[in-house]
Design a protein around this ligand. Structure first.
Ligand code: ZN
Length: 311
């Protein structure tokens, strides 16, 4: 199919302190730090990418750490829960780890016949680990997180919406999702074209206040397409649906389009190519500060100005 959207590509959120963000995702959750670059639209700020070994689509969580930004507020028009897939049986390991590291978490709970564990990052971003025996993706392994416990990549995300019907139509008619199940006010949609990173839950809260951007909130979610040709077919469908969508923007590691879905969440369509080995070897991913060509002339200034990081 020429217009196939394959589940999530990446999720981008806002953090406060860069070092705390790096320590949490790299050391506590054990994700690979696959790229250290800057926000292309605001080069005085880092852009961190975390993922599996190669930073494959469906595993990539990215952050803009803005050192002194106030906390955001959770609410309608926002992606409010980022879910990772973990092996069944690993939730006890993670619960013990969160307890030891003073991470805020809830005891494991069940919904849609799945067990999941909700927790927060240092900025209050809501995350969940979902026990999933059907995920065959190869995880990134660290010294203290073995294969039997490691995160596989995204399971999905939940959007909080004051009205959800128009968003559901975007998912089903434009992005290749189908309705799976509804539990009370939580409507589960799943990508027909991808086995992993496939779930989008629409959480319908009619009286919820609008979300406010700030640290601990998701900035946008991106869906994956193979290449530019597929992306342009998707773009045509989105435009024909009456939604405003940007031209293609080059993000060096993928090419992007952005549009705001009717419920207020910023959606992106991102290509699989060229990926994170575009400017450094697989074994060196995340080691050096990488700048896009348009900001390379700022390197010496940025290296002084950006927060110094320890690994
Ligand atoms: Zn993005």
């Amino acid at each position: 199919m020429g217009d196939t959207v394959k589940g999530l590509h990446h999720i981008t959120a806002i953090a406060g302190d860069a070092q705390k963000n790096l320590d949490f995702y790299k050391n506590i959750l054990g994700l690979r730090f696959v790229k250290k670059t800057v926000n292309f639209d605001d080069p005085g700020t880092y852009h961190f990418y975390f993922g599996n070994e190669k930073g494959e689509p469906g595993t990539i969580l990215t952050f803009f750490p803005w050192q002194n930004i106030p906390r955001g507020t959770k609410g309608a028009g926002q992606a409010t829960e980022t879910m990772f897939s973990v092996p069944p049986g690993s939730l006890e390991f993670w619960k013990n780890r969160f307890e030891k590291e003073n991470i805020i978490y809830n005891n494991p709970s069940t919904r849609f016949n799945e067990t999941y564990l909700v927790f927060e990052d240092p900025d209050g971003l809501k995350l969940a680990l979902v026990a999933n025996g059907d995920d065959n993706r190869t995880p990134w392994i660290t010294g203290d997180i073995s294969e039997e416990n490691a995160l596989r990549g995204f399971y999905g995300t939940a959007l909080t919406l004051s009205t959800y019907e128009a968003t559901a139509t975007v998912l089903t008619d434009l992005l290749g999702y189908e309705h799976l199940e509804t539990h009370v006010n939580r409507h589960r949609y799943m990508s027909k074209n991808n086995a992993n990173a496939a779930v989008i839950d629409l959480v319908h809260l009619p009286d919820e206040n609008a979300a406010g951007m700030g640290s601990g909130t998701v900035h946008h979610i991106a869906f994956s397409v193979k290449d530019t040709a597929t992306q342009m077919n998707v773009r045509k469908k989105i435009e024909a649906h009456g939604l405003h969508i940007t031209p293609q923007i080059d993000r060096d590691y993928f090419k992007s389009l952005y549009f705001r879905e009717p419920g207020g969440v910023l959606f992106e369509i991102a290509t699989e190519d060229p990926g994170f080995t575009a400017d450094e070897a697989l074994e060196n991913l995340g080691r050096d500060l990488k700048l896009p060509a348009q900001h390379e002339h700022l390197r010496s200034e940025l290296e002084k100005r950006l927060p110094q990081l320890t690994y």
